[in-house]
Design a protein around this ligand. Structure first.
Ligand code: ZN
Length: 150
């Protein structure tokens, strides 16, 4: 493993053990549930939105290290973003994890999200990493059924 991969590994472990923005929110404007049957990851996402800007994000749930770390990093990144920016982050993240690989550009412009680039090599883990994102997209678009990675 390269030093960079070690660093990514550490970040994922850190976020999975001490998830940021973990907890429920009483005055959320939007909520959505997500479930990844393949691994058993479950989460509920809470969003506070004002003037099309995400002011606060929190989540609760239980899942594997990858799904928890992904939700933790995502909620950190979404605060202060507009709904449009959040949607575009979703696309970029999804492409990084599921799209064709260009090693030169993997993770470019994604900041902390780049730590999940390595997940693309493990198809079963892709759903763990994208669960929080699918749930976020449902919350924003107001879909009420649970987001599923299936
Ligand atoms: Zn998982």
């Amino acid at each position: 493993m390269s030093d960079l991969q070690d660093l990514y590994q550490e970040l994922i472990i850190d976020h999975s053990k001490r998830p940021r923005n973990f907890g429920s929110m009483d005055d959320a404007d939007r909520t959505a549930d997500g479930f990844n049957p393949l691994c058993g990851d479950k989460l509920k996402l809470f969003l506070k939105i004002e003037d099309a800007v995400i002011r606060d994000v929190k989540f609760i749930g239980a899942g594997c290290a990858i799904s928890t770390a992904s939700a933790s990093v995502m909620t950190d990144m979404l605060k202060g973003q507009t709904i449009e920016q959040a949607a575009s982050l979703f696309e970029t993240f999804h492409y990084m994890i599921t799209g064709p690989k260009d090693p030169q550009h993997v993770g470019t412009g994604l900041g902390k999200l780049a730590v999940f680039a390595g997940v693309s090599a493990f198809p079963a883990r892709v759903k763990c990493a994208t669960l929080a994102w699918h749930t976020m997209r449902n919350a924003i678009s107001g879909k009420t059924e649970a987001a599923s990675t299936e």
